[in-house]
Design a protein around this ligand. Structure first.
Ligand code: ADP
Ligand code: MG
Length: 356
């Protein structure tokens, strides 16, 4: 006791120094976690035939609005190039005007995408086809058709949906059959995501999350130094209901393909908009959703569709081969994740179970 009494001034000073240091570092950490200079603004709308949602983390609303307009321009430009619904788009004109065995000239950026799609076509042994459009039109699921086409008509279509009948050469595409049509439906939102991220890199915003239908671009951070938590749509839940969350750091693209986006039911069977180009029927292999995470939006979008058609086993192997992370969901609500996703993915619904 006498010791404490003797040195009480020194002890008080030491305690005060520790308290002050504690407060100083706690304050610094708080500032790191919540940056008061970063403001979050959310904008919703539609583009490329789907819902768009943008959350922008910037210093003020004026900046967010400017960036929102840049993103809208990007979406509009991409749609004008690749939409099969806009009769004036580059792709629609190509599909209408090409001559069999001639070279149909195309802008270089689009040609590069067609080449990459053809590579995926070859690697997946035809599970992914950049010329699926005639089959998609025959089924008309996106337009609300709810009857199964004649088997014979489907079979007749297989030849024009076979991508070994197109080639990229000398600045253009060569189609070797009549009535073919290229289609960017499986990759368009991912391409738009890549273009959006390269525009965001020219700005000084802190971060953004932009979802275009089932494709999500995450850019930068929220200003709090924490990872993003990206929810994955429950394939059997209401729109916006999630079954799992992926923790994401930095710039990434997340694309999900599922049998729940556009479909009809007949005779107790679900017919959806992702087709197996080798049969002409909607892929029917026990998967109900596939999510791909990649640095590249084109790849995440293309592979979510390709792996959905490939099925669980081949799809998992292909995702690993392409060095992307993936979450596969079966109709039994079993969830399979690739090695790189094991730490980042968390289940949020007790109806789904991660299988080892
Ligand atoms: P969503 O458009 O619902 O986000 P996807 O990215 O999986 O889903 O793309 C589905 C679209 O891709 C279809 O609407 C169609 O245009 C096209 N598509 C369907 N099946 C295939 C396939 N096997 N290969 C390439 N494209 C496909
Ligand atoms: Mg896709």
């Amino acid at each position: 006791m006498r010791f404490i009494a003797k040195y009480r001034h020194i002890i008080t000073v030491v305690i005060a120094v520790f308290c002050f240091a504690g407060l100083f570092f706690a304050g610094k950490r708080m500032k790191e976690l919540k940056n008061p200079d970063v403001n979050a603004d959310t904008f919703s709308g539609t583009a490329m035939g789907t819902a768009v949602r943008k959350t922008i983390y910037a210093e003020n609303r004026t900046k967010s609005e400017q960036v929102d307009a840049v993103i809208d321009d990007c979406l509009e430009e991409t749609e004008k190039q690749i939409s099969v619904r806009l009769s004036d788009s580059v792709v629609a004109k190509c599909n209408r005007n090409y001559a069999v065995d001639g070279i149909y000239e195309m802008p270089l950026d689009l040609l590069e995408y067609v080449e990459k799609e053809l590579e995926i076509f070859r690697e997946t042994e035809g599970a992914f086809s950049p010329c699926i459009r005639p089959i998609a039109d025959l089924w008309g699921i996106e337009d609300g058709n709810d009857t199964v086409p004649e088997e014979k008509t489907i079979e007749e279509m297989l030849k024009v949906c076979d991508a070994s009948n197109i080639e990229v050469e000398d600045g253009g595409i060569i189609f070797h059959e009549d009535d073919m049509a290229i289609d960017f439906g499986a990759v368009g939102k991912g391409i738009a995501g890549d273009r959006i991220v390269s525009e965001l890199q020219k700005t000084d915003i802190q971060g953004a999350v932009v979802s275009v239908g089932g494709s999500i671009a995450v850019y930068g951070n929220k200003g709090d130094g924490r990872p993003w938590h990206i929810g994955i749509q429950d394939p059997r839940g209401q729109t916006g209901e999630v079954f799992g969350v992926i923790d994401i750091e930095g710039n990434k693209m997340i694309s999900t393909s599922g049998d729940y986006e556009k479909y009809f039911e007949a005779d107790g069977k679900r017919y959806h908009h992702i087709f197996d180009p080798t049969t002409g029927y909607p892929a029917d292999n026990g998967l109900i959703s596939v999510t791909i995470v990649s640095d590249n939006g084109f790849l995440s979008d293309a592979l979510s569709t390709a792996c959905f058609v490939l099925g669980l086993e081949k799809g998992m192997a292909y995702a690993e081969e392409k060095n992307v992370d993936a979450v596969f969901v079966t109709s039994q609500k079993e969830v399979y994740v690739t090695g790189g996703m094991k730490k980042a993915f968390r289940i949020q619904s007790d109806q789904y179970h991660v299988k080892k």
